[in-house]
Design a protein around this ligand. Structure first.
Ligand code: AMP
Length: 427
């Protein structure tokens, strides 16, 4: 049998899998909570294509970043280079420009939910196709209040999801004014220690020195701690921005840690960068990453636009949700309709249709099973009630409704069945 591609996964009803991040009930819980958070804070949904011109990411993400190197890229039949999107910020900014949204008064607040593709080495919490939920706030303002409000929303969302053991890490990575001088100093300091650093750091020293800062290799850590810190080299506007951002977090009672080595993996980030890590996740512990990217639109050839956003990995959110938050019963069918003999089948089909019109999840036995076998199926799919239909029932207009948990059985008319299910708040 052909199997799925390495680094991808199937999400199934929980009764078919014990792997938490492959259970659809958990995914739906996370998606619903996220949509509700976005609604409350005035975000609107955007769906961009999964394929984009490679150039969008080469320019937007930067050609020397990990994300760019991990892209799935192919030449289309007409020779055009196409990539599966590795992230959604560049596509959202492209769409914002392409549809002239810069003419809107006020901020444009968009959210997305969708798959991303990176050819990484798969491990727990790291896939080649993974889903992200993210937001982008785009417009002419770079007010730190935008950043604090987005983080306030995440705080609410994580609380709703029952994910409480998290840390908010923040940093400022400067801007076009102060960062070049810092990078020059950083490079110098890295080169002084080059021999002691890992192969990856040595490669990045030239191509992407900022990323050396977040190397996770154990033997590099002592050397990395000695490197100059970007938040000590900020120009005045960047320093003021960071101070105000922190004041607004404190005002909301949101705890944070300043992490001077926090940089974002992508070239276009500036000033505020943040991550939320989850204690229960293990090595891949970043739940959410985000930051400010005011220059991105111009890099893509669009109008100057200021932007701030985040992306969170859905698999990692799903894995972090405690079991107590998930109601696995909610997706179980309410009613299974079994027939005593062949003559009652047509009747059962019509009854099923009427019950569905009333809002009841109804599974009618289509396989013509004998009553005992049909009830065994009802049990195995977790139906909460079974309805038994035979000739007598059809004649009298009253059917046996059996509670599959208690075994209790009552003869009820059709309208009473609907009322009973409603009373039990099954739908
Ligand atoms: P990034 O776009 O790299 O900043 O990632 C944002 C978030 O997406 C991370 O914090 C993770 O939660 C998630 N993420 C990134 N890469 C992967 C991956 N390969 N598999 C699963 N989740 C990922």
């Amino acid at each position: 049998m052909i199997s799925r591609v390495k680094g991808t996964q199937d999400v199934l009803p929980a009764r078919f899998t014990s792997k938490p991040d492959a259970q659809i009930e958990r995914w739906l819980f996370v998606e619903r909570a996220a949509r509700e958070a976005f609604r409350r804070y005035g975000f609107e949904e955007i769906r961009t294509p999964i394929i984009e011109r490679t150039e969008l990411f080469e320019r937007g993400v930067g050609s020397e970043t990990d994300v760019n190197k991990e892209m799935y890229t192919f030449a289309d039949r007409d020779g055009e280079m196409i990539s599966l999107r590795p992230e959604s910020t560049a596509p959202v900014v492209r769409a914002y420009s392409e549809h002239g949204l810069f003419n809107q008064a006020g901020l444009v607040k968009l959210f997305y939910i969708g798959p991303q593709f990176r050819r990484e080495r798969p491990q727990k919490g790291r896939y080649r196709q993974f889903w992200q939920i993210g937001v982008e706030v785009l417009g002419q303002s770079d007010a730190p209040a935008i950043e604090a409000e987005v983080i306030e929303m995440l705080d609410w969302l994580l609380n709703e999801l029952g994910i409480t053991d998290t840390d908010l890490l923040i940093n400022s990575i400067g801007d076009g004014q102060c960062r070049p001088a810092y990078i020059a100093r950083l490079k110098e300091a890295i080169f002084e220690r080059l021999g002691a650093l890992c192969g990856n750091c040595r490669l990045r020293a030239e191509t992407n020195p900022l990323r050396v800062l977040d190397c996770k290799v154990e033997s590099c850590q002592a050397y990395l701690a000695e490197l100059p810190r970007i938040n000590e080299s900020l120009c005045e506007p960047c320093a003021n921005h960071f101070t105000e951002f922190r004041r607004l977090l404190a005002q909301r009672g949101i705890a944070y840690k300043i992490e001077p080595r926090l940089v974002r993996g992508l070239d276009y980030y500036m000033r505020t960068a943040f991550e939320i890590t989850g204690a229960s996740l293990g090595a891949q512990n970043t739940l959410i990453g985000g930051g400010r990217y005011d220059g991105l639109s111009e890099i893509l050839g669009g109008q100057p636009v200021k932007g701030f956003g985040f992306a969170s990995g859905v698999e990692r959110l799903v894995m972090s949700v405690p079991d107590s938050k998930i109601n696995l019963d909610a997706t179980k069918p309410e009613l299974f309709v079994a027939c005593v003999g062949p003559e009652s089948r047509d009747y059962a089909y019509a009854l099923g249709r009427r019950l569905r019109a009333e809002g009841v999840t109804t599974i009618v036995d289509l396989e013509g099973r004998k009553l005992k076998k049909a009830l065994a199926v009802a049990n195995s799919i977790g139906a909460r009630y079974s309805l038994i239909i035979g000739e007598d029932e059809i004649k009298s207009g009253s059917y046996a409704l059996r509670d599959m948990t208690t075994g209790e059985q009552n003869n009820l008319r059709e309208s009473e069945i609907v009322d009973t299910l409603k009373y039990r708040r099954l739908f």
